[in-house]
Design a protein around this ligand. Structure first.
Ligand SMILES: NC(=O)c1ccc[n+]([C@@H]2O[C@H](COP(=O)([O-])OP(=O)(O)OC[C@H]3O[C@@H](n4cnc5c(N)ncnc54)[C@H](O)[C@@H]3O)[C@@H](O)[C@H]2O)c1
Length: 284
């Protein structure tokens, strides 16, 4: 069933989520506090959809029809008719809490409110909204149009019908919808973030070549990409923040970022986005 979907926060994740929802046939309203993010949304989304046209997974007509279903709003009042709103704004608890309070007041009483947070408590967001039964986590992975997984996070407050509808929605996007309890890092990051830190620890303590560590995990553990190359792709800053959040939430120092990652963060060697991480990248 096609729906009216609001997406708040039109950065890396939000723009990808908009694209996925349009491709699945939904009508999408995008909102961002920054004018430029709204103004260039259509261009970014169309570029993404055109990749599907080039690959033959979408027709040119479908692409044009999808773009015709996209609009933007500068305020949450634009979500009055939305069936579902997905939040992908800054990863700051208070900012998300404030937004969910506004969303609960601006949307229909039966609208589902979803957060794409990576590490903030969905329960806390639900409670801040004042309509906790309507709130779920829909945790997409980057890049959202490519990665098949959506972790669908439930809290003790979620109405079972709301949660079932959220699973159905994620599956309707063609995604692998995996139910997750609201625990730090959900499933993937709780496992992956400490594993990536262990790869850094192995490099720092053994002096093994980063390329060899990556090749070893690819050939020996079936990883599609080595762990250090993956940190370079995710961004050293993102890995540091995710590690800190999970270590703090679990009270487990082993999950904390390795000192080498903190040093790389200080030096501005963040991986692909700066050209230098565990590997070097051509800036062009
Ligand atoms: N980047 C990733 O790999 C990734 C993966 C999964 C989940 N996430 C989560 O998704 C969320 C967004 O991450 P991102 O990487 O897309 O961030 P981003 O910085 O690329 O985009 C965030 C956008 O939100 C807008 N924004 C911030 N506060 C706002 C507000 N109060 N109202 C309206 N707009 C606001 C900003 O202007 C910006 O355009 C975060 O919670 C992050 O943890 C990120």
């Amino acid at each position: 069933m096609t729906q009216i979907v609001g997406v708040v926060g039109l950065g890396t994740m939000g723009a990808g989520i908009v694209q996925v929802c349009l491709a699945a046939g939904h009508t999408v309203i995008g909102m961002d506090g920054v004018d430029a993010a709204r103004d260039n949304l259509a261009e970014r989304v169309e570029k993404g959809l055109q990749r599907g046209v080039a690959k033959g997974t979408l027709t040119a007509e479908d692409c044009a029809a999808a773009m015709a279903r996209l609009s933007t709003t500068a305020t949450v009042d634009g979500f009055a008719d939305a069936d579902l709103v997905i939040e992908a704004i800054a990863e700051i608890p208070q900012v998300k809490h404030d937004l969910f309070r506004e969303l609960a007041a601006a949307t229909k009483p039966d609208a589902i409110l979803a957060t794409n947070t990576s590490a903030i408590s969905v329960t806390g967001i639900a409670e801040a909204s004042g309509r906790p039964e309507s709130v779920v986590g829909l945790h997409f992975f980057n890049p959202a149009p490519v990665m098949p997984l959506v972790e669908v996070v439930h809290t003790k407050h979620a109405d079972p019908a709301v949660y079932a509808a959220a699973i159905e929605f994620a599956e309707g996007l063609g995604k692998e919808a995996v139910p997750c309890p609201d625990t730090p890092g959900f499933i993937v990051n709780r496992i992956l973030v400490p594993m990536l830190n262990d790869a850094v620890r192995t490099y720092a303590e053994t002096g093994a070549d980063p390329a060899d560590i990556d090749r070893a995990l690819q050939a020996g553990a079936g990883w599609p990409m080595g762990p250090l190359a993956l940190i370079d792709l995710i961004g050293v800053d993102v890995q540091v923040h995710a590690s800190q959040a999970i270590a703090e939430a679990l009270g487990d120092e082993h999950c904390a970022p390795h000192p080498l990652l903190l040093q790389m963060l200080d030096e501005g060697n963040l991986g692909r986005k700066t050209g230098v991480g565990f590997h070097r990248y051509d800036a062009s």
